[in-house]
Design a protein around this ligand. Sequence first.
Ligand code: ADP
Length: 572
Amino acid sequence: MNTVAPRSDSLTDGMHMLIDALRLNDVDTIYGVVGIPITDLARLAQASGIRYIGFRHESAAGHAAAVAGFLTKKPGVLLTVSGPGFLNGMVAAANATVNCFPLVHIAGSSDRSTVDMQRGDYEELDQMAAAKPFVKASFRINRVQDIGRGVARAIRTAASGRPGGVYLDVPASVLTETMDAVAAGDTLWRVADPAPALHPAAERITDALTLLAGARQPLIVLGKGAAYAQADDTIRAFIEQTGIPFLPMSMAKGLLPDGHPSSVAAARSLALRKADVVLLVGARLNWLLAQGEAPHWSPSAQFIQVDIDPSEFDSNQPIAVPLAGDIGSVMDDLVAALDQHPVTCPQLWQIELGEKRRSNDATMAARLAEDPHPMGFYNALRSVRDVLADRLEVYVVNEGANTLDIGRNVLDMSVPRHRLDCGTWGVMGIGLGYAIAAAVESGKPVVAIEGDSAFGFSGMEVETICRYQLPIVVVVLNNGGVYRGDDTDPTGTDPAPTVLSEGAHHEQVMTAFGGTGYHVTTPAELRTALGQALDAGRPALIDCALDVAAGTESGHLTNLNPRSAVPLSPIS
Ligand code: ADP
């Protein structure tokens, strides 16, 4: 029931108010899948000038919205139907939250009075309650006059502090509820400065520089929080003025070019093992950094951590100097204080890391020079690397097991925020959603390098790529299996659990929807096909026939994969 007194002759409704509130907050793109009760909402968004990108599955749409948030620093918006569509989208909302990407997931929901009494409504689910464990916050708009507040609250919560996913539940009855149009306008507002700058105390800056100045083997670790912060110049200034070596986490690659003299990506193990003072910039000491533990790290290493979320400090190791603030402000403060508290990296440490880097580079070059036939991961990825070497504007999406692990090492990045991959959860299924958002948000070409198993999780989005005619080239490294394709069922009955269809032609998925398909069997063919596809700027898929025996089970995560203590033999 509308509680606001009429102030004009015209009425508006919840759908119009929701779109108006989103536009007022600069939302220019919505990613989603339509259905009851949000189909008209998507139509209205489009009519209002918001770009609506329709997907084939909500998880892919949600991954797209999340990575749009990462790329733009504005919450991406995901629109889903109720019940199962909401749940599919929740996978992406949870992944966004874990990865610290700002996302607002809006879903329509069924009639409250029926759902709350569990009387069995169409797609009945208490979505607000279901979302809570997976996102930063979960809100429901129960009255049409709260739509502006709900949108503002969702955007503020997603973008401020540690970014993350927010769920916004909008019952169908609120979408159609009417209200006086003038009074409705007064209930909407624009969020001012969604993520305000936050500086740490000056003493902490001094503490950090003092600790770094006394270090014999200092190291800077750049995480995807540093990439997200868009503080590229000040981060570079700090690294170049101090000469401290830096290690980019995978999605921070390109923040400074991988070829930068201070990059120790190619001497990672040595840098971690011997660093005595470590400055973590937007990187958590989670499993991706071995929780900061020996033997990967020196047991006496001291950590300085820059993070927007103070509760991150001490989550794994004692943080000697917590620098709570946004990375742009903190790094500005650090650079500004260098005059008074100079830091110079000891040359011996630079030389030691430089030598290790050169020897590891030589090992990699030798590996890339091998040319097995059928192709393996290294010689296939070498071709991708060669083609991308002078196409720095191309976004790289990368998922799979071996495809990811080897791709991360082989493919150099030179431009910030141009590498998008499985991230904190190591999740599969982000590939085509991330690729679509990168193309939509940037208008630039994208190469999505996918393991054949990983591709399957979002493969139907090839149709989305073709429908919107996006400049995306999907490269499927096809070894016919999860990890690899040469396992057998001991009973001889079925394909083994890790086996997929050998000799599959994934390019036919692309040609089915009007894109260009290539099937290649040699690195030279791959190089030619990728060059041609990128020049054409149209949807394309290159299926690369790899040796079914290429690859390692679980890629670089073999140690995380429990293996049966006794031999796996047929059980009768
Ligand atoms: P990676 O996986 O690359 O190591 P993580 O996702 O583990 O990176 O860490 C990112 C960290 O960055 C999170 O702890 C998050 O709170 C932090 N962060 C995100 N954005 C900012 C920002 N603008 N300023 C400061 N810290 C940020």
